[in-house]
Design a protein around this ligand. Sequence first.
Ligand code: URA
Length: 203
Amino acid sequence: MSDQQNNRTELLRQIRDEVWNFKESPLYLERMRNRAYPVIGEGSHHAKVMFIGEAPGRTEAATGRPFAGAAGKLLDELLASAGISRPDVYITNVVKDRPPMNRDPLPEEIALYAPFLDRQIEIIQPKIIVLLGRHSMVAILEKFGLDAMIGPMSRLHGIILNAETSYGDITILPMYHPAAALYNPELKYELLKDFQSLKRLLE
Ligand code: URA
């Protein structure tokens, strides 16, 4: 393994350890109460594409793996439709612990976990960031100073945005959250189309 690869792995391990001991978060108590796991992220530490979801659900908190439940199955299908292998990308969430009863993460929870996501982006340095769902879209567009772009997902999904990072220009691609498409064939169709856009970006 190269030094650079070791370094990335080491830096990501530090994040894992910090999240594991993140007692400042009210969701940490909830995690302890449920004997659940935090979900840090998974995939290639040199991924060209990073997917950012919302927060772990029940299956994710029970396994410690992102998108391990029903929405994850659909994500796998979408990746396959674009010829993308899951281990080649990096998948994480805005919030690393499961909110109780799968409620939406609160703005203060998103803010509390944001530094971990910022560091994951700086370490992995993806060229393309796919935003899955509204919470991820709002958090990341705000982070990159693209607040003026924020609008309904029906207008923003599939639109290619550009952002400047410390390591160069990147592409941001908002999409519907796969969970929203589980029982909605129209949204699934839109996701399939947006994954074709992602495929073209990678060509
Ligand atoms: N939904 C998310 O946003 N993230 C997961 O990891 C699973 C479901």
